[in-house]
Design a protein around this ligand. Sequence first.
Ligand code: COA
Length: 345
Amino acid sequence: MWTAVKSSQKSLYDPPFNPTRQELSMVQINPIQKHHLEDAAALVVHRYKKLCLVEPLLPDRYKHISNILPHLQSMYNAGSPGVVATHNGKLVGFFMSWMMEEFRGKKSTYSPEWANAAKLEDSKLIYQEMYQTLAAKWVAEGYIAHYITLFANDSAAITACHWLGYGMFSIDAIRGMQPVPHKGTPVDIRLANSKNLKDIVALNQGLRDYMLGSPSFFIADELLESYLQDWIDDPQKDIWLAYSEDEPVAFFRIGPANQDVSLIIIDEKTTSIYGAFTKETKRGKHIAASLLAKTIEIGQSNGYQRCAVDFESMNTLGSRFWLRHFNPVCYSLVRYIDDRVVVKK
Ligand SMILES: CC(C)(COP(=O)(O)OP(=O)(O)OC[C@H]1O[C@@H](n2cnc3c(N)ncnc32)[C@H](O)[C@@H]1OP(=O)(O)O)[C@@H](O)C(=O)NCCC(=O)NCCS
């Protein structure tokens, strides 16, 4: 099954970039200042355009500085510390973060995909240098969980982060509205209404229980009946249920672009999937594929141009399913610092 690695073959794992002294001295790291923000937004846009060459379905709006700059300004005005990397006085990288007193139980920092960037060719060196400076500040103030989102095509930055101790935790992915190939509809697919609330609550609880278990160990939001009722009543949102011999066995929850994930998927022509679950005994029978096909068919007739989903990378069942149908556009990574380091300071 696996191809044996020949002994003469180079390591399959991309080794860390090992800059010379001269290369290192070419990058200067300094605190970000207001006058840097426009160049920083331009760098994000430059990188985004490169990402769009790989994934042309992405919205055009983030190719304009005017749609990135206000986000940087509000992060800067919130007093978030940040750094710039310069070479001969020219900005070649920047890194800013939201500072969160509590996120998933820890003092955390989060740099969304529009709040960090580096010249793609030198991404590794620039991210390493910027992180080293910033992380010193964060850890000194007790921020021990460091989150970052990177464009999926910046493999050098992703590698740099892995070597800095970051691990993958979440993926944003998109697809077009072309029909989903699937092997027939094995179940009865129905649009949910108020009468199905109990079924939806039970299926959503199944999803929460699954996410809490191995290997995800993820605490998913509890959705109250009133919240789900509002979802059903909202003309822009839907819940699709799959029934097998009148037993509810799966659901998909969909709506306009999810505002809680990467910025670059947010657009009026994006529909997002917010939840999906198939009962364990019914998995692998193309039920989710049929629900996805229905979602795409309806979304297409409603004028959407793309569908987005976000999922935890360690959720093996979910990852395998989504990656059959969607292409990643952003990867989110996290690094936890040993909290004994903070106690000692
Ligand atoms: C992800 C999930 C919704 C997919 O549902 P599903 O109804 O099993 O999906 P499908 O049958 O349409 O597709 C699953 C794929 O795995 C294959 N598969 C085969 N045997 C399988 C098995 N025993 N279990 C799961 N998948 C199997 C299927 O054949 C299919 O591959 P294909 O498209 O190449 O044919 C389901 O696994 C699930 O509920 N997982 C737990 C909750 C979850 O991860 N939700 C997503 C959160 S982001």
